[in-house]
Design a protein around this ligand. Structure first.
Ligand SMILES: NC(=O)c1ccc[n+]([C@@H]2O[C@H](COP(=O)([O-])OP(=O)(O)OC[C@H]3O[C@@H](n4cnc5c(N)ncnc54)[C@H](OP(=O)(O)O)[C@@H]3O)[C@@H](O)[C@H]2O)c1
Length: 247
């Protein structure tokens, strides 16, 4: 790679709590990143404050050929021919149990969490370089269920991301491209447990006895984006304080 060229990160959902922490961490790195991310709307206060990010306004709830074309055109307009890092962070969660889950909630969850990753993978598939690192943000809910956690639609969408990552790791490994999943547990931020009682109960179930912070997840994403993880691919890495190990 030309050492003078900034590395390019293409992401969804950097306006999220984890995304905000990721941008802060990447901005402190020695070699600079040019950061481009989709977001649903320009209204998110934290996102508006992240002046270094180039935002592409794109609602991922209705993935279509048109959405793909919009994203392709936006990247072409910005002269993005290759990417060094890719992160899918956009996600929605509904807490309704299955009986109360509507088809609309199911579709939105699948669309943003899983189809959104597909859209992102499509546009990067012809912009990969040897060394490109792809990180999909899944969840501990892909492999375990809890009366305190999100419901089936969320778990199913996040399990889909793990399958997608393994298959792309196999397809793209020969080009020197790595694809991994970071699976957060419960954070005291963003889509984490919303009320104090649930927070306390989930914290007790973590081996570390506390909920996680957004920057603790962002640090693992940064590790996967960087050279220090050059031999890691097809992995699902829990960042859950041991929540996934509690019997
Ligand atoms: N927080 C946790 O405890 C936790 C635990 C496990 C996994 N995760 C996963 O980690 C990721 C980030 O979580 P977070 O808690 O930091 O998220 P968050 O703060 O709730 O933010 C959600 C993100 O998803 C984007 N988004 C939502 N609906 C969208 C749509 N229709 N189209 C495009 N973008 C959309 C939002 O964009 P706008 O700002 O534009 O609305 C925002 O960037 C998610 O995938 C989540 O499932 C979080």
């Amino acid at each position: 790679m030309n050492p003078k060229r900034p590395k390019i990160l293409l992401a969804t959902g950097l306006s999220s709590s984890i995304g905000t922490a990721l941008v802060a961490g990447l901005s402190s790195e020695k070699s600079p990143w040019r950061i481009i991310s989709t977001r649903r709307s320009p209204m998110h206060a934290e996102a508006n404050a992240m002046g270094s990010v180039e935002w592409l306004d794109l609602d991922l709830r209705r993935p279509s050929e048109e959405v793909l074309t919009t994203l392709e055109d936006a990247l072409a307009d910005r002269g993005v021919e290759g990417v060094d890092g890719v992160v899918h962070l956009a996600g929605v969660v509904y807490s309704d149990r299955f009986k109360a889950t509507t088809l609309g909630e199911w579709r939105d969850t699948m669309a943003v969490n899983l189809d959104g990753a597909m859209v992102l993978m499509k546009v990067v598939s012809h912009r990969l370089r040897a060394g490109t690192s792809v990180v999909l943000v899944g969840s501990v809910d892909a492999k375990m269920a809890s009366d305190l956690g999100p419901a089936a639609a969320y778990g199913a969408s996040k399990a889909g991301l793990a399958g997608l990552a393994r298959h792309l790791a196999a397809e793209w490994g020969g080009q020197g491209v790595r694809v991994n999943v970071v699976a957060p547990g419960a954070l005291r931020a963003g889509a984490g447990p919303q009320d104090a009682e649930a927070m306390e109960q989930v914290a007790k179930r973590c081996l570390l006895g506390r909920l996680g912070r957004a920057d603790e997840v962002a640090d693992v994403i940064r590790f996967l984006l960087g050279q220090a993880s050059s031999y890691v691919t097809g992995a699902v890495i829990p960042v859950d304080g041991g929540l996934g190990l509690r019997y």
